[in-house]
Design a protein around this ligand. Structure first.
Ligand SMILES: Nc1ncnc2c1ncn2[C@@H]1O[C@H](COP(=O)(O)OP(=O)(O)O)[C@@H](O)[C@H]1O
Ligand SMILES: [Mg+2]
Length: 256
């Protein structure tokens, strides 16, 4: 079993207005086999948490810790984190001009496993995963995310998840911009990864819709860079009905 432990995490970011605190003491434990949903209003710090776990250089950890099986994640480079079994599906996946999907996947797999995958099985695995995710085989030769629709980008993120087989995956708003069919396909992909590899999932979502397809064991509500409330799946149902109003003060800008 693998355990991702986040303890009293404080994170700042540099803005035009100076150093701004975004996370103000986040504590969270995710084990393999568990699915945690992080919900919360826009701007509460959910993506900041995801980027901090992944090692994005814009975010500075001022105190607290992140460990994976006791190893200090904050001391690891971005690629060491990936090799240690962490995976991030970004809210806004980036385009990589000049790099085809095929090359990207093989390079990532090689980097993470420390050796190139055996060609025969690898090609078969890629084809099978693309088929499962209803990704047109032609996408293999396209540049990563270049001209992809929102839904295609999200399916490509899950393709990476299925092939790279991490221990713990952070999925940031993987449901955003998906129609119901695409949402089902993406959710099935996540559920397959959970079954096949006992994946631990940190599922970040503003809306409860995806939780109908990917059932969370735990639900955490993030407000102003802190976990304001925690519970089981019933908490998500309550949020579905009530929204985030009871967590939000009048001073909080609502941009959604
Ligand atoms: N790179 C950044 N530069 C400036 N401000 C940022 C940056 N990243 C996040 N923030 C600010 O931090 C707050 C939390 O953002 P974010 O983590 O994206 O929230 P969420 O994902 O919950 O919507 C917002 O007020 C946002 O403007
Ligand atoms: Mg976000």
């Amino acid at each position: 079993m693998t355990v991702l432990e986040i303890r009293d995490l404080h994170v700042t970011v540099e803005t035009d207005a100076g150093t701004t605190p975004i996370l103000n003491g986040v504590t969270l434990t995710v084990r393999t086999g568990e699915t945690h949903a992080i919900m919360g209003p826009n701007g509460s710090g959910k993506s900041t948490l995801a980027y901090t776990i992944a090692g994005h250089p814009k975010y500075t950890v001022t105190s607290g810790s992140i460990t994976l099986d006791g190893e200090d994640v904050l001391e690891m480079s971005v690629d060491e984190r990936a090799r240690a079994g962490l995976f991030l599906a970004m809210q806004y996946p980036v385009e990589i001009p000049g790099v085809t999907v095929t090359n990207f996947l093989r390079t990532a797999k090689t980097a993470i496993d420390g050796e190139a995958p055996a060609i025969r099985t690898w090609t078969k695995d890629v084809k099978a995963s693309m088929k499962n995710l209803r990704i047109d085989p032609k996408f293999a030769q396209r540049n990563v995310n270049e001209g992809f629709s929102g839904g295609e980008k999200k399916r490509h993120e899950i393709l990476q998840l299925e092939l790279l087989k991490p221990q713990i995956a952070v999925l940031d708003e993987t449901d955003s911009g998906l129609d119901v069919d695409a949402l089902k396909i993406v959710s099935e992909g996540v559920n397959r990864a959970k079954e096949e590899t006992d994946l631990g999932v940190l599922l970040i979502t503003h809306y409860t819709r995806i939780l109908r397809y990917i059932r969370p064991d735990f639900v955490h509500v993030m407000v102003n860079g802190r976990i304001a409330e925690e519970g089981g799946p019933e908490l998500a149902e309550r949020l579905e009905e009530e929204g985030y109003d009871r967590f939000i003060g009048d001073e909080t800008p609502v941009d959604a």
